[in-house]
Ligand binder design. Structure first.
Ligand SMILES: Nc1ncnc2c1ncn2[C@@H]1O[C@H](COP(=O)(O)OP(=O)(O)OP(=O)(O)O)[C@@H](O)[C@H]1O
Length: 318
């Protein structure tokens, strides 16, 4: 559905040339939900803007929904919905009128546009707000309207640029409920950018990590976490003089990567903590070492970014 090859984009600024996107290659299959993750300035929005024909690439190529973004931008636009970072609705237009106008701009007949507008008002729980001015909507309601605007022409592909930024946790969850439900019903392909690591982790089937204009990882959240970060087993032993022996046992566990010893506390990073913990406890017991606590800490996507770049995504984002 979405394919990019060696896509680049440079900007000329007073300070020199900015290489915003440097050789992007990606493939998104029909029906997938993929999240682009990366710190500020990584090149996510620029990539999205090229894929949605809002910005011409400096070099490389991309096909979206079967059409080339450079030679057939109109073809691409017919197949995609785009929800950008700024709100797309006019402040003094009524909600339903805004949707109908959008449909008309996409060459829908007046009756089809009205029918689709009512359908989307229902799907996104905006019916009660149909005659309100867009300016009077709450942040969460506005975002739902933006999504409705992007879906007026029933596109098979939806691009969302930071859809939930600035929303409170309740509105974020509500927006995602709606997106998930619409996706289930329509089988839509969704490509989004987000700063929320938990959102990428729980919502997306695949996460693409961008840094400095390049894609540095592309996999399911589970595999990224297992391969690039790993679980950490934390064990505390009763006697401090047995801690070094316990750390040695930890080092010899299957797939053990990094082992740390701090007083009576031992931590070991490995691929699958839950599977290995019983074996670790058994080996400690066999060696006559009593563990007083044991737990597995799962990694986050921030740990993945840290493993890849040596920087925390949270710090890099700030
Ligand atoms: N129109 C422009 N003119 C000059 N430089 C630009 C322009 N648009 C983007 N850039 C630069 O390109 C780089 C990538 O920006 P981009 O907005 O794609 O990053 P991003 O990953 O989407 O960041 P954010 O998470 O902050 O939205 C940045 O260094 C940015 O300053």
């Amino acid at each position: 559905m979405i394919h990019a090859r060696d896509l680049t984009r440079t900007f000329k600024t007073k300070g020199g040339t900015v290489e915003a996107v440097r050789g992007l290659n990606l493939d998104v299959a029909e029906g997938e939900m993929v999240a682009f993750l990366g710190p500020n300035g990584a090149g996510k929005s620029t990539s999205l803007r090229m894929l949605t024909t809002l910005l011409p690439p400096s070099s490389g190529s991309a096909r979206v929904g079967g059409f080339d973004v450079v030679s057939d931008p109109a073809g691409v636009r017919r197949r995609i919905g785009y929800v950008g970072q700024g709100t797309g609705s006019g402040p003094y237009h009524r909600v339903r009128d805004e949707l109908v106008t959008q449909g008309r701009a996409q060459k829908m007949s007046p009756s089809d546009a009205r029918k689709r507008a009512d359908e989307l008002l229902g799907m996104l729980e905006l019916e009660g707000l149909a005659d309100r001015d867009c300016a009077s909507l709450s942040g969460g309601q506005k975002r739902r309207l933006d999504v409705a605007l992007g879906l007026m022409h029933t596109p098979p592909i939806l691009f969302l640029d930071e859809p939930s930024t600035g929303l409170d946790p309740h509105s974020r969850a509500n927006l995602w409920d709606h997106i998930t439900r619409i996706r289930k019903a329509s089988g839509m392909t969704i490509f989004l950018t987000t700063h929320y690591l938990d959102e990428a982790d729980t919502m997306a089937e695949r996460v693409m990590v961008m840094d400095n204009g390049m894609m540095i990882a592309d996999d399911t959240p589970a595999r990224l976490k297992a391969d690039l970060a790993g679980d950490t087993i934390h064990v505390s032993v009763l006697c401090a003089d047995q801690a070094a022996s316990a750390a040695e046992l930890a080092r010899n566990l299957p797939d053990a990567r990094e082992t740390l010893l701090d007083g009576r506390d031992i931590s070991v990073t490995l691929r699958d903590g839950e599977a290995v913990l019983p074996e670790f406890v058994r080996r400690l017991h066999q060696a006559g070492i009593e563990a007083i606590s044991a737990r597995v800490v799962r990694p986050t996507l921030d740990d993945v970014f840290l493993g890849l770049t040596g920087r925390s995504l949270r710090e890099a984002a700030g």
